[in-house]
Design a protein around this ligand. Sequence first.
Ligand SMILES: *[C@@H]1O[C@H](CO)[C@@H](O)[C@H](O)[C@H]1NC(C)=O
Ligand SMILES: *[C@@H]1O[C@H](CO)[C@@H](O)[C@H](O)[C@H]1NC(C)=O
Ligand SMILES: *[C@@H]1O[C@H](CO)[C@@H](O)[C@H](O)[C@H]1NC(C)=O
Ligand SMILES: *[C@@H]1O[C@H](CO)[C@@H](O)[C@H](O)[C@H]1NC(C)=O
Length: 420
Amino acid sequence: MRMVKALAQAFLRLLWILTLAKCKIPDAHLTCLFSEDCVLPCSFQPGGNEIISWYRQEVLLLNHSHQGGDQSDQPPKDHRTRMYLLQDQLSRGNASLHLSQCGIKDRGRYRCQVNSTLGQQESFIIMKVEAPIKMVTMEISKNREIQCLSKDIFPAPRVQWSTLPPKANLRSTTHMAPNTEGLYSVQSKLRMFGNTPTYVCTVNSTYGSQSWKSSLQKGELTGEAGRELSIPCMAPQNFQNFFLTWTFAKTNDKSKVILSYVSQTRRTSNLWEGQVELEQDRVLMGDGSLLLHNPESQEHTGTYTCTFSGFQSRHMVQTQVAIRSTLRRSLTENMPNAEDQVGRTGESHSKMWVIAVVVAVVALVTTALLLYRKQRANQGKADRTTLEDTEMQPMETIKTSDDLPMDNCQLTAGHNNGHT
Ligand SMILES: *[C@@H]1O[C@H](CO)[C@@H](O)[C@H](O)[C@H]1NC(C)=O
Ligand SMILES: *[C@@H]1O[C@H](CO)[C@@H](O)[C@H](O)[C@H]1NC(C)=O
Ligand SMILES: *[C@@H]1O[C@H](CO)[C@@H](O)[C@H](O)[C@H]1NC(C)=O
Ligand SMILES: *[C@@H]1O[C@H](CO)[C@@H](O)[C@H](O)[C@H]1NC(C)=O
């Protein structure tokens, strides 16, 4: 038992020594923002006649000898390398390194070394550079693909898609490429599919400091000219301190802002004054629906986009609005009547057939009768010409009174009979 206890104690002491040895030079961590100034801290015990050296990845960046007191022969500033120390801080034991306009290449392990009459003191700092996400936008390309875009980010972020209602196995393609400064541009595409109104793109920074969300909802709406129309737009739940904008675009046209609203000041800027309006009491609760007062078919047909912008989030509602003119409406309403008329003309066509047949039959009968009568008359004429040539007048009278052929026939017959 005593042996075990002694061993355990020895082990613990060893562990403690090891921890101490490790803790002797603890690396400090620092994240600097891209293109901004950064201060790398370094404190030392002032002992006089210090020589201060800063290294990055063991490459000397800066050497400065400090004689004590505030005056120095040369200013510890190097414009060429964008690095400097503050003179007045050195006498207080502060040799912090100033770095102006941090770049991606400035990342690394820094060493601050101070040699003085007290000996050598050093400390290490691991410096990271981050270019935060400033905006995530979404757009729909022509071939029914939805794009999530962001740029000037470092390190390369993580992109994730989701939908509302949720759908599994979303297949997206993401392209990320650094520019000459080392900052990443992100372009992620997802093919749109039916019956999913909301697409959500999440872009997270590698260091976990940011999570941006951008969503897009699509819709369609048909209104009538002259009749008030409300184009719906609801903010996601618990969306606070937002900026709301409404834009309008006709097909193949650039979109222009028509209205904007700031929730904190409750101020609306309306560029379509008199034509559109927000409902003031509802907009504060996240209902940014737009009221179109007196829409006109030509002027107000197009794409209306409502955008809620808040802290690291953006929600867009894109509505395709068609305003039907009352003229067009009556035309479409008359369509069934027009079909009716087509039906009726069909009916009258068949009626006309009947009439045509009747007319043809009557004409045929009449012609037949006429021919018959003419033949008979000719026979009589032939008889008469042989008898008396002057008897043409009664024939003419018979001809004109065609409406009573039977009587004429009888007459002719009688006449003929009278002659014969
Ligand atoms: C920095 O100081 C050391 C020691 O005095 C010297 O050896 C070295 O040359 C100096 N480097 C520069 C760049 O001044
Ligand atoms: C050291 O000086 C820098 C400015 O050069 C300052 O920002 C920092 O707070 C100082 N550190 C201490 C411990 O005083
Ligand atoms: C500081 O002291 C260390 C160890 O004594 C030495 O290796 C180094 O060259 C010195 N640096 C300067 C700049 O004098
Ligand atoms: C992004 O961050 C959010 C919030 O921290 C988290 O819920 C989500 O899972 C993260 N997504 C990815 C892809 O890292």
